[in-house]
Design a protein. Sequence first.
Length: 236
Amino acid sequence: MDHKSCFGSITAVTLNNGQTVTQSRPECRNCQEIRDCLRHTKQIEDEKKEKEELKKQSWITEIIDHSFVVSNELGSCLLKFLNRIYSSSLGAILFKDLFLFFDIPQNSLSSNLSISITRTMMGLLRAEKEESNPPSNPQAPRQRRGIEEGFTLRIVLFQKSFPNSPEANTGMIAYEAARALASDDLGIKQILQVLSDSDANLFKRMDLDGRIKWLIGKWGFLEEFEALKKIVALSK
């Protein structure tokens, strides 16, 4: 069956409050294909959500597989954090880099470190590999990859957890992830790229503590962060 040239132009838009609305043209009201068009739009939207969910689970699986968390309670909080943050308004920031989490109990505060894996470093490693494994055709030119070859490895160390306090543990994870991103130039650049002009200007004027708390709030973990601060204050 042939459809009109505008078939499929109806779009589903998600508002800031999470509500999804359907946008259509004025002529859609009297169109005999409106039902088929709506079903087509829903099918496209469902397929998009399915792909996003698969991508999300792939990222989470990679992080969990390469991390090392001894405590089942802390592991459960980490999984909860990763699932929630990917669905938040600024959650995608976290996945521009490779985050790894390690549970190293030492009865001290958690910490983090960032390691930049530059294109130059990747090029050196690849060149060394190519020298040990020369191509079958020596005349073939070496392929060069794009800028996405460089990335930052961010490692979060859990040196202390809080038994029977999942809120505090989740707050600790959110705090260290936000601190890792907000405390170096590359992380700040990534954050600014996805902010509106007003939010970007606000973010630039904040100090480090303000940026961390603001980012935690945007991710939706302020309650857990307050639980962390409370339990830390009581333990002093």
